[in-house]
Design a binder for this molecule. Structure first.
Ligand SMILES: [Zn+2]
Length: 240
């Protein structure tokens, strides 16, 4: 029986979300990328330690995830049975250099998040204008941080933080009545929170949101259970 196995050998990693905890306790990260042959690709779950870092070009064997019908969604073959050695199933081929990034990203831009929604596309890139960020209190914060047998603590997940970062913006050809106001889950934001408690507000400076010297694009995706609701997976940025 076909499990829709597929080798993607040209996957450019565009962004990674902050970790989530699966029901079985695995701490998992959602990765989004672009393949010339497949288009936008979501890989989930992946390990926090995986080599799927932004701008890496990788080869990975994937299969469809029966619990996620979005056409862009895939999981790494063996992601359940071989979780501890899953990174062995990923081969890093190279890194997209600055020239490659600045050539590729503008070709992937949609005019507005609404266009992605209308096309039932679960991943895309928009070019924001007048973008700003704010911190929003999380109502379902989980205060317990699991400790391992050896006494270390597992990487914290989004729900362990009292705040979540959000961004407000217009797209380059915005169709929306109001400005978009979306949660941003970029792993770097939450890593900053983890390492710099009390300096959460600085996360927006780190993203260069107000810096005119940086070119900025938003990698956006919808949520498996809320297909019309989009979040920002990452701010793709480089110095002009
Ligand atoms: Zn828009």
């Amino acid at each position: 029986m076909s499990r829709s196995l597929r080798e993607i050998d040209d996957l450019v990693i565009l962004g990674r979300g902050a970790p989530d905890e699966l029901k079985d306790g695995r701490v998992a990260v959602c990765v989004a990328g672009w393949s010339r042959t497949l288009g936008f690709v979501r890989v989930y779950p992946t390990r926090l330690s995986s080599p799927l870092k932004q701008w890496s070009v990788v080869s990975v064997q994937v299969e469809k995830n029966p619990s996620d019908s979005r056409s862009e969604s895939w999981k790494i073959v063996g992601s359940a049975s071989e979780w501890d050695r899953l990174d062995r199933n990923i081969r890093v081929i190279g890194t997209l250099d600055r020239e490659g990034r600045t050539a590729l990203i503008p070709t992937l831009v949609s005019g507005c998040v609404s266009d992605l929604n209308d096309a039932h596309t679960s991943l895309g890139i928009v070019r924001p204008s007048a973008i700003r960020g704010y911190l929003s209190p999380r109502e379902d914060v989980v205060h317990s941080v699991q400790t391992t047998l050896l006494g270390g603590s597992l990487p914290r997940t989004k729900v362990n933080y009292a705040m979540r970062p959000r961004v407000v913006y217009r797209c380059s050809a915005c169709q929306s009545q109001q400005e978009h106001d979306q949660q941003i889950i970029e792993i770097g934001c939450y890593e900053w929170f983890r390492k710099n408690p009390g300096k959460e507000q600085q996360v927006f400076e780190n993203l260069r949101l107000g810096d005119p010297n940086y070119e900025k694009f938003l990698l956006v995706g919808n949520q498996a259970n809320h297909r019309t609701s989009y979040i920002v997976i990452g701010v793709i940025r480089w110095k002009k």
